[in-house]
Design a binder for this molecule. Structure first.
Ligand code: GLA
Length: 750
């Protein structure tokens, strides 16, 4: 519900006997769980008032404490310097006395960078409009119908620069979620450069919070890091052109006492796949300002008269049930209001991917042999990974030459795909459409299509360059090749990979004054192609990947219902990676496969059963040569596939409860998926390191209905939800890396 209210705030100005007063317009957004409030002052400043648990029907303007400190004694006149540098702004600007991190900064026609955005008007619409420019949707965002969300659009104006900025706030009715985004219009008669246009700012009245971020590296993505707020700036960002494995576009501000199940957490996730910034600044008054959006680093966007720029959206989740509550809200939101298309609510096929099985060393017969064996075990799709095109025998050639490597696949794709289909299996294929190898026909024909600075040495990473996706001609050409392949056989899945960051960021087609736009234009180009692909092939299952989970962000989920979580397939390392990933992203989106041991990256050997149980938390599959593993392991596959089919609806649609914490303990990890009606639950326990002379591990379940009684399929025991959650289960294991799974269903209502 979005409402407004006009009030008069009266207060004493120091040194004056008379009361001062100011007319203030309060706008508040409420749902059952939370309230967000802002106020417009007489001078048109848009101030933040409150964000948190739902509050009462009171006049909240007292929270503005307008009386304090910011008036010139005896003059009743606002002391602007002090006011600007201490007030909580909804969308702070640079250059007018607020010295904290701004959201908005320009370079106007006179070369001036100051900007003063004041409230002009607002409107309220039912539902949640798409993020558009000139009426065309340009950037991924969550969606909601008119019954599900309501949107406040506040128009701010800088009349001096001739700019309008629209601030969008959508509040969801049944989820503790708000989204924010910003859109700039040049309504002046001169060109303006937008130097910074962040999407959201949330002011916290104190610094008594911690900040949590998800940091890592290739094959070690999304480790959970928590640190207290302190004076100055704390930030994570990406300057790589992709959202990155190093830092996820996520941050949470949480109460000091917040933990997995309790306490206030404010989670923020940017729906964007390029350079981002998530930053908290604590000022001299110990107030904390959190901002998030496109990274202003090396960003500059020329806005000509009548042009528009749309900044991506920040998803804001409020939880009073700790990080677990935050994650479950993100999961519900992304499953129902972000992921789209044919596969949104469908179980995904159990796949076998040949990357770790063969790397580049395969041909049609080898792939067929894997598929043939796999089909007997119940696996439903063969995915042919890297190495099927151009003359690619290693990772140093052929990207951009998307035609079949006849030496490996004589006669093209169709013979292989037909044979695989005849086994009753689907067929999927790997592409890396954003790239070009130096050794490729494409690069030889069009060296100017690579992102580059003419005259400078071009940096190679994995012997490849990045194509200039800001150039529609490049996109069209690549898409033509993709279509040829996709139309040449019955291909039902694509793994879209992206294996390097951007360097020498320049385009051979953009004019000098627009070169700094390439970072963002590149990302928009990627979205354009993904949009075309998913529109033209509506039933295609698209899985994103970027050297594993280097682009695991909400904007990718808008196009692909699943993302390859990490190149690290070791089940024990995966405990941490999947734990961190689940902070924002649902299990239905996490690509997880059983791979061979010793693990190719880590060198660790983990029981096949544990590998299966860990991979079950995601879109399940295999990444091994099923013809070469031991008979004993192979024999377990049909049972694992059966368990996947049985439990996937629960895992895909249920509530995810993290119970162990692999970042804090190497004793065990555990989690549960509980159905929305709380009638069934799947509980998984992984013993990490064994220990001698210790009692069984006692683990308390979560998320059950305390009053219901549950039958445990494995033990035959019937216990109430309250007993299972308060007294726990005793779990005895021997050895390292052992896993156990328990399935509970309601036995009888109490
Ligand atoms: C990346 C992906 C892998 C695999 C290889 C192929 O590293 O993350 O899964 O597809 O590329 O080169």
């Amino acid at each position: 519900m979005i409402r407004e209210q006009e009030t008069t705030v009266r207060f004493h100005v120091w040194g004056s006997p008379e009361l001062s007063e100011e007319r203030v317009r309060l706008i508040r957004l409420d749902n059952d769980g939370m309230t967000y409030a802002m106020a417009v002052t007489e001078e048109g400043y848009l101030l933040h008032v409150y964000y948190g648990k739902r509050c009462g029907e009171d006049d909240l303007t007292y929270l503005l404490h307008l009386e304090e400190g910011n008036y010139v004694p005896r003059h009743h006149k606002r002391e602007k310097g002090g006011f600007m540098d201490s007030r909580p702004f909804e969308y702070p600007c640079h250059g007018i006395g607020d010295y904290r991190e701004p959201c908005f900064m320009i370079l106007d026609g006179d070369g001036m960078s100051s900007c003063d955005l004041r409230y002009k008007s607002h409107r309220i619409v039912q539902g949640k409009p798409a993020l558009t420019e000139k009426g065309v949707s340009v950037i991924p965002a969550t969606f909601a119908g008119s019954e599900e969300a309501e949107t406040l659009i506040v128009t701010m104006e800088d009349s001096h620069a001739g700019l309008l900025v629209e601030l969008n706030y959508s509040i969801f009715r049944n989820l503790n979620v708000m989204t924010r985004s910003a859109k700039v219009y040049n309504r002046g008669y001169r060109d303006t450069r937008v130097q910074r246009v962040l999407s959201a700012c949330v002011e916290f009245p104190s610094d008594r919070y911690d900040m949590v971020t998800l940091n890592g590296s290739w094959a070690r993505e999304r480790g959970v890091c928590r640190a207290p707020l302190h004076g100055g700036v704390q930030a994570v960002d990406s300057r790589r052109g992709i959202s990155s494995a190093q830092h996820n576009p996520f941050a949470a501000i949480c109460a000091k006492n917040a933990d997995e199940d309790h306490g206030e957490v404010f989670g923020f996730n940017l729906v964007y796949s390029g350079n981002f910034l998530a930053e908290t600044e604590v000022n001299d008054k110990r107030q904390a300002r959190f901002v998030m959006g496109i990274n202003p680093y090396d960003f500059s966007w020329l806005l000509k008269p009548e042009e528009e720029f749309t900044a991506p959206e920040v998803v804001m989740v409020y939880s009073e049930e700790g990080f677990g509550g935050m994650s479950r809200t993100f999961h519900d939101l992304y499953r129902n209001h972000l992921i789209r298309g044919y596969w949104k609510d469908r179980e995904r096929p159990v796949l076998i991917n040949n990357w770790e099985a063969t790397y580049f060393n395969f041909d049609q017969d080898k792939l067929y042999a894997i598929a043939e064996q796999a089909s007997k075990l119940g696996i439903e799709m063969l995915v042919m990974d890297d190495g099927w095109f151009g003359h690619r025998d290693f990772d140093d050639s052929s990207l951009g030459d998307w035609h079949v490597y006849e030496k490996k696949l004589a006669g093209g794709l169709k013979p292989l795909v037909d044979r695989v289909n005849a086994l009753g299996m689907k067929f999927g294929i790997w592409f890396e459409p954003e790239m070009v190898s130096e050794d490729s026909e494409l690069y030889r024909a069009h060296p100017e299509w690579a992102i580059q600075i003419i005259g400078r040495e071009l940096t190679q990473m994995r012997a490849q360059y990045v194509l200039d996706y800001s150039n529609a001609e490049v996109r069209d050409y690549v898409y033509g090749m993709l279509r040829n392949i996709l139309d040449s056989a019955n291909i039902e899945y694509v793994k879209w990979d992206m294996n390097r960051a951007l360097t020498e960021v320049g385009s051979t087609t953009l004019p000098a004054k627009r070169q700094r736009e390439l970072w963002h234009r590149y990302v928009l180009g990627v979205y354009d192609l993904m949009n075309r692909l998913t529109t033209d092939y509506p039933k295609l299952l698209l899985e994103n990947c970027s050297s594993g989970g280097g682009r695991f962000d909400p904007a990718m989920l808008y196009f692909s219902p699943q993302i390859w979580t990490s190149d690290d397939t070791d089940a024990i390392e995966r405990l941490k990676i999947q734990y961190g990933t689940s902070f924002c992203y649902p299990a239905s989106a996490m690509g997880a496969h059983v791979s061979d041991c010793p693990n190719h990256l880590v060198g660790r050997t983990v029981p096949f059963e544990t590998r299966g149980d860990v991979a079950l938390v995601g879109t399940f599959g295999y990444e091994l040569d099923v013809t070469r593993i031991s008979e004993e392991d192979r024999n377990q596959i049909p049972g694992q596939v059966e368990r996947f089919h049985r439990f996937n609806p629960l895992i895909r649609k249920g509530d995810h409860y993290r119970i162990g914490n692999p970042f804090e303990s190497s004793e065990y990890d555990a989690w549960a998926f509980v159905s929305k009606d709380k009638n069934e639950a799947l509980f998984t326990f992984v013993r990490i390191l064994g220990a001698a002379n210790m009692p069984p591990v006692n683990v308390k379940l979560k998320g059950l209905d305390p009053k219901k009684r549950y039958l445990c399929e494995q033990t035959g025991q019937v216990l109430s939800g309250s007993t299972l959650m308060n007294c726990g289960l005793n779990i005895g294991t021997r050895g390292d890396f052992m896993s156990k799974q328990y399935y509970f269903r309601v036995a009888e209502e109490a």
